[in-house]
Design a protein around this ligand. Structure first.
Ligand code: FNR
Length: 360
């Protein structure tokens, strides 16, 4: 058998390692999974326009995000309950991100406490924040993230409720007893274990805990209680991008939550150009959703993203081989990006420009 060559092969290998419940929770999108498929299909429709006879003897993938140097523009997306993939869970992912010289975004719904992740040597941790109806919970998470040394707050704004993830509904998905939402108080986390006759415990938890009344005023409130830079994750339109910029955020993640929230929305990569145009350099813009190849990263950079976040492929690496698997997925993507930069005549990230892609 050959060594795993690409992220698609990690996906196949992970399937063999994971139970059906975890697999469906990781892989699934909402409703008909149209957006989930679109995130991939849209990258396929975009074509590259390479330049030749450029000196590419040295290709440098390094860049900066929120003033932090990173080895590549490939960051770790926030994903909950990673101990479903491997006993080390988010600890392994954070170690791998640290080893690869990139940013780890830790989820509110992590299965390892944020303080334990922040303690990983050399790590750069950003904390992803869900907005709770009980503001005391949100406030406590912000305080803990600051105290632990997190460098940014990433507010997820596309999940006032969870999308209808029918794979989880069908299975009556709930957290196993040996895995906790480690950042949450027991009063809130307990509900995640309540397997119902039908329905998903995480959807019920979100409905009773997340603040469906959150608005831009709530983002302003977070900014008023913390000095950390605020990133909003889940923007898909120029209209919201302008509001985000006006509210003083440091960065936007163009994202449809990996096709897990409103089904039928456009692919993240298709939404990217209007967001980049709307903010006009006023804040950084990142993208996530469907990034599986170095050429996908290149296309996102060409359309104005400063970096991409990668989700599911890191869970595949984690399931197959723990920290080493996550590290390998990050390395494969980075190596593919360096090759794509060489073959397109763009030896530095700063030289990846809009003329590199052609839309249909
Ligand atoms: C997520 N995502 C997510 N986002 C977030 O803001 N907070 C969270 O807790 C989670 N949890 C989560 C769990 C799982 C299993 C998945 C697959 C995704 C969304 C995630 O951050 C990101 O937006 C997408 O995963 C990106 O798409 P790809 O790379 O998975 O296609």
């Amino acid at each position: 058998m050959h060594a795993i060559l690409n992220l698609h092969e990690y996906e196949a290998a992970a399937r063999a390692c994971l139970g059906a419940g975890a697999w469906d929770y990781f892989q699934g999108g909402s409703e008909d999974e149209l957006t989930l498929a679109e995130n991939r299909a849209a990258f396929g429709r975009m074509k590259l326009r390479p330049r030749v006879l450029v000196d590419v003897t040295a290709c440098d993938t390094s860049t900066r995000v929120l003033d932090v140097p990173v080895a590549s523009p490939i960051l770790v997306a926030p994903m909950g309950f990673q101990r479903l993939a491997h006993a080390d869970g988010e600890l392994a992912t954070t170690r791998a991100a640290s080893g690869a010289g990139t940013v780890m975004v830790a989820s509110t719904m992590a299965s390892v406490r944020l303080e334990d992740l922040a303690a990983v040597p050399g790590s750069t941790l950003w904390f992803q924040l869900y907005l709770f109806r009980d503001r005391a919970i949100t406030m406590d998470l912000v305080r803990r993230a600051e105290a632990a040394g997190c460098r940014a707050l990433v507010i997820t704004v596309d999940a006032p409720r969870l999308g209808r993830r029918e794979r989880d509904l069908r299975r009556g998905f709930a957290l196993p007893d040996d895995l906790r939402a480690a950042n949450l108080p027991p009063s809130s986390a307990g509900r995640l274990h309540e397997a119902g006759a039908s329905g998903s415990a995480i959807a019920r938890h979100a409905q009773s805990n997340f603040d469906a009344g959150a608005t831009w005023e709530t983002v302003a409130w977070i900014r008023s209680i913390s000095t950390l830079p605020v990133v909003v994750k889940g923007i898909l339109t120029a209209e919201d991008a302008k509001l985000a910029r006006a509210s003083g955020v440091a960065a936007i993640v163009v994202s449809n939550h990996g096709g897990r929230q409103l089904d039928g929305v456009l692919a993240a990569i298709e939404a990217l150009p209007e967001v980049v145009e709307a903010v006009a350099g006023g804040c950084e813009v990142y993208l996530d959703g469907g990034v599986r190849r170095g050429t996908d990263v290149l296309k996102a950079l060409a359309l104005g993203a400063r970096a991409v976040l990668v989700g599911r492929p890191l869970l595949w690496g984690l399931a197959v081989d723990g920290e080493a698997g996550v590290r390998r997925v990050l390395e494969l993507l980075r190596d593919e990006l360096a090759l794509a930069m060489a073959l397109s005549g763009r030896p530095q990230v700063a030289r990846v420009d809009r003329s590199l892609v052609k839309f249909p």
